[in-house]
Ligand binder design. Sequence first.
Ligand code: UDX
Length: 465
Amino acid sequence: ARAGGSRPRRRRPRRVLMFPLPFQGHINPMLQLGDALHARGLAVTVLHARLNAPDPARHPEFRFVPVPDGVPAHVAARGNVIDIIEAMNAAMEADGSGPVRAVLESVVADVEQPPAACIVFDANLLAVPRAASAVGLRTLVLRTASAACLGCFMAYPMLHQKGYLPPQESDLYMPVKELPPLRVRDLFYSTWSDHKKMRDLLARANEAMENSSGVVINTLDALEKPELERIREQLHVPIVLAPGPLHKLCSSKSTSSHSTLDHQDHSCIRWLDKQPSESVLYVSFGSLASLDSDEFSEVAWGLANSGHPFLWVVRADSVRGSDGPAALPDGFEAAVHGRGKVIRWAPQQEVLAHPAVGGFWTHSGWNSTLESVSEGVPMMCRPQFADQMMNARYVVDTWGVGLELEGELQRGGVEMAIRKLMKGRDGEEMRGRAKELKKIVADCLEARGTSQVATDKLVNYILSL
Ligand code: UDX
């Protein structure tokens, strides 16, 4: 003890390791959580695959350490998420999770950094728990999808037992009464062709989560209260926290995108500045979803014929099977006549926060959904795979802030749906509810709001490990 009185005891600084899956929709929320933890005094080291590696220059406050991911070039090029995860797991789990263990050993041994408290990882990275336990590290799981999605995964054994899964074509629109508002079609599983592979991966990811020291979900109590309550009741881990939406929580100046996957086109903000308030439909199908060439053409003509201003993100790989960048149909630009803007990649959060944007045609990825809800923008949902169908279900049925465009993509249907969302009475009501929801989300982010309290709890918990 020091002579002459005691000073308040300061807790020694600690470090958190993080390891996301190598996809935009997973890297972004992990780094956003890293930002929030760093802002509260924790050091952050990010382990990452070589595939889609994040850009360290955007995060000078983090350390970045590559892990050999073992994804063959032809698998990476095909871009099938499940195949990539499978290849990573096969390589990383080899030799008792040796490749990951070796990296963790050297990271943990770095005495220039504060001692590591735990590793926050994506539960699909099956090699992590064993490697972490070999070096004496506790694990926390970050769920980058909704609480409803997690609840659905946890319910898979029941869904099989009751015959909802594997799904039958004739049952796709049957309600799953145990998981309202979901229908069989929305259960994620139904869209993957290799059911057994999917079921095995989910079972092992659930096991990794159940054996972890805690689970963090990128959602908030105000959006998914019953879903979170059910998870907390059923999941026997010490702590389940919902500090989302993480993109609004983090302190970083570069909240909108963290990876090297994209180059945001900021010219669209200047274009939006010239458009009337709430007049523009923003159209983007995230980082993975694509269309075939006929669908692409129907979308283009639906937008052109709607008469509404639009900002459309067309990625280089937006059209399946095309060699080069997607070509807009002949006559499209003349028909649109400056009323629309097409770009390769948007600063999406800035776009959604812009007063000129009045609607979002989305593929209903969870990040896009949270970003739209946070800015009070009603949605036109066109989900394709994974958790997208269930996200759309919540947007339409639970929160009432959007409509779903179902069936074959045809220009007439697109045009009608756009008009309904942007001009119709239904659209007006959705916009009103979206604004209310925006306020509810903002309250959660206030100093004593549930998301801030959850983040404080998480930091204290990490410091106690
Ligand atoms: C994937 C799955 O498709 C999705 O279902 C799952 O919930 C997460 O993983 P992705 O397709 O990338 O995600 O969609 P989403 O979750 O919406 O994430 C896309 C991210 O890219 C968002 O953070 C969005 O802001 C960003 N983005 C998208 C841009 O910054 N610019 C764009 O032009 C488009």
